[in-house]
Design a protein around this ligand. Structure first.
Ligand SMILES: [Zn+2]
Ligand SMILES: [Zn+2]
Length: 347
């Protein structure tokens, strides 16, 4: 099959690549749409080296139709529309023994560790498949994985109804956390970014969110003001690599300063830079910092919410391209982050 192969870091080429074969317990999915993730940008750039073994095909956010069913597959048949949870866990490490699969010591993902959904055909195991109802179209089904990331972050943060929350970073992950949070709580929601275009997307997809432009004000002071000095119950950090703006502090430290006494900070940004923190600020609040990685069964919840119209995927999608334009798309995401958010790859 012809597929966009990452042949060296920062270089995707359309090449002939071996098509997957169905084995016992697995199916071949004909991908409808895939979506480019921030992690894909990191992989493309070489940030996941030496974990990523070149050459391979990226893409862990995708959905499609089952073409071929391997022996022993019981719940699915050819023609079923499915979203694919890209995770494999080992089942043997200390985290897996406790059922904490996202923390698996040798967690692998389709599209990061093995060939994924930027190819037209992908092999997936039965337990990774989730049926997609007819009222969720192929384009939107490709976003099930990333919305699940948002729900998982809310679970990790323990976001409860009536809790207030702030999200630092209105990029791809910040936006899906916002949409999951608007379904989880009636409490006030805030989102912080330095790009007004991203804050506009947040307001479009969640009209009740209050947006804060960190290049115009100090977000900690702004949120303290908006919450009458109390702070929010939860703060999510979805910035990763950051640029200082009005506040010189790292977004994680701003998050610690923004939460109420006893609140929670949930971190997701995948930057390599050390983050300066003053732990006293955390201890005096007897607060918590938790991390959130991938998903843990939230696919069903995302599909159900998309099917009921409770999520607004459309404002997030800025571009739809074909697979031969993926190299260009990575460059655009890097050079013009204000113009591009979710880029979908149509097969
Ligand atoms: Zn992703
Ligand atoms: Zn494990």
């Amino acid at each position: 099959m012809l597929a966009p192969v990452l042949t060296e870091y920062r270089k995707v080429e359309m090449l002939e690549h071996p098509a997957p074969v169905s084995t016992a317990g697995s199916v071949i999915v004909k991908v409808g749409y895939a979506s480019i993730c921030g992690s894909d940008q990191h992989v493309w750039n070489g940030d996941f080296h030496p974990r990523t073994k070149l050459p391979f095909v990226q893409g862990h956010e995708f959905a499609g139709e089952i073409m071929e069913v391997g022996k022993g597959v019981k719940r699915f048949k050819a023609g079923d529309r499915v979203a694919v949870d890209p995770i494999f866990w080992c089942g043997k490490c200390a985290a897996c023994a406790k059922g904490h699969f996202p923390a698996c010591a040798s967690l692998k993902l389709l599209g990061i560790d093995v060939d994924g959904g930027f190819a037209p055909y992908v092999s997936a195991q039965e337990h990774m498949l989730f049926k997609v109802p007819n009222n969720v179209d192929d384009r939107i089904a490709a976003l099930v994985e990333v919305f699940s990331i948002g729900f998982h972050a809310c679970n990790r943060a323990g976001l409860a109804n009536d809790d207030t929350a702030v999200i630092f970073g209105a990029g791809k992950i910040g936006q899906v956390i916002l949409q999951a949070a608007m379904n989880r709580t009636n409490g006030d929601l805030y989102i912080v970014d330095i790009l007004p275009e991203r804050l506009a997307i947040a307001r479009k997809s969640c009209p009740r969110v209050k947006t804060i432009n960190a290049s115009e004000c100090d977000p900690v002071a702004a949120i303290k003001d908006l919450t009458n000095g109390r702070g929010t119950d939860v703060a999510f950090e979805a910035v990763g690599h950051y640029r200082t703006a009005i506040s010189e502090l790292s977004p994680v430290r701003q998050a610690v300063q923004t939460i109420r006494q006893g609140g929670t900070v949930c971190v997701l940004g995948l930057a390599d830079d050390p983050v300066p923190l003053v732990l006293k600020e955390l201890i005096w609040k007897e607060a918590k910092i938790v991390a959130s990685r991938v998903t843990h069964g939230e696919f069903a919840e995302s599909i159900d919410h998309l099917s009921k119209g409770l999520l607004n995927p459309n404002p997030l999608v800025t571009d739809i391209i074909t697979a031969d334009k993926i190299q260009e798309a990575f460059l655009l995401l890097e050079r013009e982050p204000e113009k591009h958010l979710k880029i979908l790859v149509k097969h």
